[in-house]
Design a protein around this ligand. Structure first.
Ligand SMILES: [Zn+2]
Length: 336
């Protein structure tokens, strides 16, 4: 359990600051969060538009809740010890360099527990197994036609899927602390997103039915892990090319002057990554939408129009944003 506690703490970030105030230093980086608030919210927001019409109207109606709750799992990490391990997996704990990362790591949770002690699995993160668990929770909520649980589970599975698409969520060196690259976590998933995500292409296609959510989430984790060498290498190259004094700058955040990675450094790093952040974000959006759709199909495709009458949540949402207004906003954001 000591291991579990240490690992839980080491992966513990304070979401309220979300890579805005604490973007760079080792100790400070501990307080950043996955994808940043903005990244998580954007992923849930755009996943709605990939859904088929039978589902899309319902999800657009409740888009406010899906966006607002996108960061709830990070907020829970400080009051629930069991929460932290759901956001990552230290794949490199399970293999040596040159070996297949997955030869010793069953995708099925029970099989994994037969292979490794449960404490070990929890200590090194369970995000792919938890996504599968969350998919069944969402499916159950659809079966029960429980509006609150549908929204909660849909929003939160979006968070965990998004985390699984971040390369630095698949390694013990999650913040570059083992390679003298402190701060790389917030740099990759918060600072670059903050500076660049408005320029990404969000025409992604349509949600598809997933024959195996388990297989898809493990493929996502594998793709994230495969990108790690580039994540670390290019940061090293940029750090070697850009003087320390130009690597960081100060920006006003509210009433606080905050040290951040400079725009010059971020542009150089983002350019070397050659679209990686955008590709991972697009893949996350597609998978979130596809898992929502799959859970609904597996629940027997309940008619979502039943939620649309006399629904106070819907009425409130409609007062804030009508469907045409939201679609128009989406078009404006997506046309690049
Ligand atoms: Zn997270």
């Amino acid at each position: 359990m000591a291991n579990l506690l240490n690992t839980t703490l080491k992966h513990c970030y304070k979401p309220l600051f979300i890579g805005l105030i604490f973007l760079f230093s080792g100790a400070q980086q501990q307080q950043s969060a996955q994808w940043g608030f903005a990244g998580h919210q954007r992923i849930n927001e755009f996943a709605v538009y990939l859904l088929p019409l039978e589902l899309q109207h319902f999800f657009i109606t409740h888009q406010h809740e899906l966006i607002a709750q996108a960061v709830a799992p990070d907020q829970r990490r400080y009051i629930q010890e069991a929460e932290a391990c759901r956001h990552y997996i230290d794949l490199d704990f399970y293999y040596k360099r040159g070996e297949n990362p997955f030869w010793n790591l069953p995708q099925n949770w029970q099989a994994a527990k037969d292979c490794h002690a449960e404490d070990t699995l929890l200590a090194h993160g369970i995000v792919p197994w938890h996504v599968v668990n969350m998919k069944y929770r969402l499916q159950k909520a659809f079966e029960q036609k429980n509006l609150a649980l549908i929204l909660k589970n849909a929003a939160e599975i979006g968070h965990y899927i998004a985390d699984a698409h971040v390369p630095l969520h698949t390694t013990q060196n999650y913040n570059g602390q083992l390679t003298n690259q402190y701060g790389i976590h917030g740099l990759w998933e918060s600072r670059l997103v903050e500076l660049e995500a408005n320029n990404y292409n969000y025409w992604i296609g349509k949600a598809t039915y997933l024959k195996s959510v388990q297989q898809t989430i493990w493929q996502a984790v594998a793709a994230s892990h495969a990108a790690l060498d580039s994540v670390f290498l290019f940061e090293k190259l940029c750090s070697a090319q850009i003087k320390e004094a130009e690597k960081y700058s100060f920006e006003q955040r509210g009433s606080v002057m905050t040290k951040v990675y400079s725009q010059k450094f971020c542009q150089a790093y983002h350019s070397k990554l050659n679209g990686m952040v955008e590709r991972r974000m697009r893949a996350a959006i597609l998978m979130v939408s596809s898992v929502w759709y799959t859970a609904w199909v597996d629940a027997g495709q309940p008619d979502m129009r039943q939620f649309n009458e006399n629904d106070p949540l819907k009425i409130e949402a409609q007062e804030k944003d009508s469907l045409p207004v939201m679609l128009n906003r989406w078009k404006q954001r997506s046309c690049h």
